[in-house]
Design a protein around this ligand. Structure first.
Ligand SMILES: Cc1cc2nc3c(=O)[nH]c(=O)nc-3n(C[C@H](O)[C@H](O)[C@H](O)COP(=O)(O)OP(=O)(O)OC[C@H]3O[C@@H](n4cnc5c(N)ncnc54)[C@H](O)[C@@H]3O)c2cc1C
Length: 392
């Protein structure tokens, strides 16, 4: 039997690879054959299933805001859009909002961000200290200058549920998934001609997509691209039980960076570590909870002083060392190898917009809906970062 010639091979079948697969398969103008090569379909180490599941409109870069606004639109309709045989997936999208808290030092950034977010259509409300205390009783506000709350559209979802929903729908639309690890990319000049996987060997293709998450730099290097600035960086999540904050409390981000949100009848929390080396192990840094998170939570919501720690896990950000934003589209040296990498902590919510964008690049050669070319590889080569203005 002759080996199949694939039109597109997607390397990595996490939420990003699977969203791209879905949008390609759902695009009437594209009738190619799509293969997803995923090395571990249990996804136990993939960032997707280990993430906090947050969807926020509270960014400072217009493209990031647009991407998350589209995520909300998509998630609200995901039951209908991703249904297979009339079975509607449940992705558990809870629109409890984000609550970004600012100290005096962060107030002007919060206000500026809020203005742009409103301008672009986000339903976010600015609250002064008094309004914060009234709206969120129990919150210690003495050291806060302001807060910004997503009244609708923001919140969190079940990340594994969304991945599975994209994947099931993509397969129903004809996409093939093979569990195998890509070990080589065959490139002739500016074109990728095939990829080789450890168990199933060579797969010829007319184009390929790097959606390998924290493994993206390795996959890029297989195609001779050695400068993808994406590294694996550890982030830990801790569960705890506590009384005092409601089950519909928003995903709250303290000026220190500590965040928490409800998770069923528990809470989930985390923070970026102060020293942040490249890292591939999955050991939980329990000291982070004891020394940094718990004291901050107890100070911010005194009801959390008596919390009971629960389970914890570690996952890896695909951390873009240039500017912590996505790297999307073709590399200038390559005609048919697309990148969807470096999401650094917001790739789950960007998966729908990125899936749509990459599928448009493949089907039409350009964006038809949301132009994300600002996040192209060119800025990496030009060393021109696009940095988010974070609230402190
Ligand atoms: C602790 C934590 C909290 C987070 N919180 C949020 C949040 O609140 N909101 C948000 O939007 N994002 C969040 N993120 C980020 C988000 O999870 C990721 O950006 C997103 O899941 C990236 O999806 P992906 O498909 O690119 O990567 P992954 O889910 O990691 O998938 C990549 C896949 O590629 C496969 N792969 C790699 N190399 C190869 C190869 N050579 N051959 C075949 N397959 C390969 C891997 O097995 C993996 O399954 C968080 C991440 C972490 C770790």
């Amino acid at each position: 039997m002759a080996a199949q010639n694939w039109d597109i091979i997607i390397i990595g079948g996490g939420v990003v690879g699977s969203a791209i697969a879905y949008f390609l398969a759902a695009e009437p103008a594209f009738d190619g054959q799509v293969l997803v090569l995923e090395r571990d379909t249990s996804y136990q180490h993939a960032a997707t299933g280990l993430s906090a599941g947050g969807v926020r409109h509270q960014f400072s870069t217009a493209e990031n805001i647009h991407m998350s606004l589209f995520a909300t639109e998509f998630l609200r309709r995901s039951g209908e859009l991703l249904a297979v045989d009339d079975i509607r997936p449940e992705v558990g999208f809870r629109e409890y909002g984000y609550l970004m808290l600012a100290s005096a030092a962060g107030k002007s950034i919060l206000e500026r961000n809020h203005q742009l977010q409103r301008q672009l259509g986000a339903d976010v409300e600015l609250l002064d200290r008094k309004a914060l205390a009234t709206r969120f009783p129990g919150l210690a506000t003495a050291d806060l200058a302001a807060g910004c709350h997503g009244a609708s559209g923001e919140g969190f979802l079940d990340p594994y549920g969304l991945l599975q929903a994209f994947k099931r729908k993509a397969r129903a639309l004809g996409v093939s998934y093979i569990e195998d690890e890509v070990t080589a990319v065959e490139r002739v000049g500016a074109r990728v001609q095939a990829v080789t996987a450890a168990r199933t060997g060579r797969h010829a293709c007319a184009g390929a997509v790097n959606a390998a998450g924290a493994g993206a730099a390795r996959v890029a290097a297989l195609a001779g691209i050695d400068d993808l600035p994406v590294r694996s960086r550890k982030r830990c999540i801790f569960l705890f039980e506590a009384n005092g904050a409601g089950a519909d409390w928003p995903l709250t981000v303290d000026p220190s960076g500590v965040y928490f949100r409800p998770e069923g009848n528990q809470f989930l929390c985390g923070v970026a570590p102060e020293t942040d080396p490249d890292c591939e192990d999955f050991e939980v840094d329990h000291a982070l909870f004891e020394d940094v998170i718990w004291p901050t939570l107890a100070q911010r919501l005194p009801a959390f002083e008596a919390l009971r720690p629960g389970a914890a896990w570690a996952g890896h950000y695909a951390y873009n060392t240039l500017d912590q934003n996505a790297i999307l589209g073709l590399h200038p040296e390559l005609d048919n190898f697309y990148f969807a990498n470096g999401f650094s902590g917001h790739g789950l919510q960007q998966a729908p917009a990125v899936g749509r964008y990459i599928s448009e690049l493949i089907a039409f050669g350009a964006a038809r809906t949301l132009d994300l070319s600002a996040f192209g590889y060119e800025r990496v080569l030009a060393n021109a970062p696009i940095r988010e203005l974070n609230v402190v």
